[in-house]
Design a protein around this ligand. Structure first.
Ligand SMILES: [Mn+2]
Length: 328
């Protein structure tokens, strides 16, 4: 039921929207569509994130509504805020330093999310872990409030839902997902344009790095587990920032018979960012949780302290156990 949140939003005037660190399209698209809707209602809206918009996703925000949070710059906005809306995350820590500061101010907290592993922290929550993207929930909220979906909002929500559903193939993709997408197309979303902007703007270096990653995929657990890691030296060789490697997590899943794919990227601070993907038959969020991370059944992640080789060994061992347990 959206009624309590709608009642609350109607009463509030100065609204801050935020989402998780390393924002993806679902986070950014949900924030933007919601911000445009609330602005159309005459409200004062700020989107404050702890991490910048990745360059590949900047096309979603031509009006530059999304701001990089800085305590000194946004003190006035925080002091004035009477509502905070957290989208695509259900725990303050996922918001980084913005979450730390936002959690301390006196304002109504609203949470709209689809992650299954959240903790209750908001005054009003709409968390539905059966939907494939937070973008679906934002669409529902805006339409429940009688809001108009402009072409820019439609593009933002289309990008949110298409990416979070793995282009409509992840298990939680539903008939409802496609009905929402139909309405977004009617409102002006252009799938070919969004696909081109999301997936076909890569540098030659990135495509060549992808070739090297494909070369290095290792199989384990009788071919059910595929793992590949990238070291800092390789990233330097190709002049690649880790933030542009999002699409690489799925690469090992190209191989027939692979149930779990693991993609590791060495970070500068003796940590390794690990992405887990599965075909849906194995819950990789339990694997991520084992290493202090989280996520969904088919897609999850964790950041693990240690050298790339050590972390790779640990993760393969845990994943082999999970794949083999899943088979019993
Ligand atoms: Mn999401």
């Amino acid at each position: 039921m959206w009624t309590p949140i709608i009642t609350e939003l109607n009463k509030r005037q100065h609204i801050i929207i935020s989402s998780h660190i390393n924002p993806d399209c679902d986070a950014l698209g949900s924030e933007l569509a919601l911000a445009y809707h609330l602005k159309a209602m005459g409200k004062d809206v700020s989107i404050l994130n702890s991490d910048p918009v990745p360059p590949t996703y900047q096309f979603l925000d031509p009006d530059n509504l999304i701001q990089l949070y800085a305590a000194h710059k946004h003190a006035a906005a925080l002091a004035q805020a009477d509502a905070i809306i957290v989208v695509d995350a259900s725990v303050w820590q996922r918001l980084g330093k913005a979450g730390n500061d936002l959690s301390k101010i006196k304002a109504t907290i609203i949470c709209i999310d689809h992650h299954p592993d959240g903790q209750p922290f908001a005054d009003f929550s709409y968390v539905d872990s059966d939907v494939v993207a937070t973008g679906e929930l934002i669409f529902d909220l805006i339409t429940a409030m009688g809001g108009e979906i402009t072409p820019l909002m439609a593009q933002a929500l289309y990008a949110a839902i298409s990416t979070d559903s793995g282009n409509f193939r992840f298990p939680k993709t539903s008939p409802r997902t496609h009905r929402i997408i139909a309405e977004l197309l009617e409102a002006g979303a252009e799938p070919a344009k969004v696909f081109k902007l999301l997936y076909e703007q890569q540098s030659p270096e990135l495509v060549h790095l992808e070739g090297e990653v494909l070369q290095n995929i290792q199989l384990a657990a009788e071919g059910q587990l595929a793992t590949v890691g990238i070291g800092l030296d390789t990233l330097q060789k190709y002049h690649i920032q880790t933030s542009v490697l999002d699409g690489f997590s799925n690469l090992p899943q190209k191989i027939a018979g692979v149930k779990v794919a693991i993609f590791l990227v060495e970070q500068a601070d003796n940590r390794v960012k690990v992405s887990f993907r599965s075909d849906g038959s194995v819950a990789v969020n339990t694997l991520a949780a084992h290493f202090g991370g989280g996520g969904h059944v088919p897609a999850a992640g964790a950041t693990i302290t240690g050298a790339l080789e050590d972390v790779t060994r640990q993760v393969i061992k845990a994943a082999e156990e999970l794949v083999e347990n899943g088979r019993r």
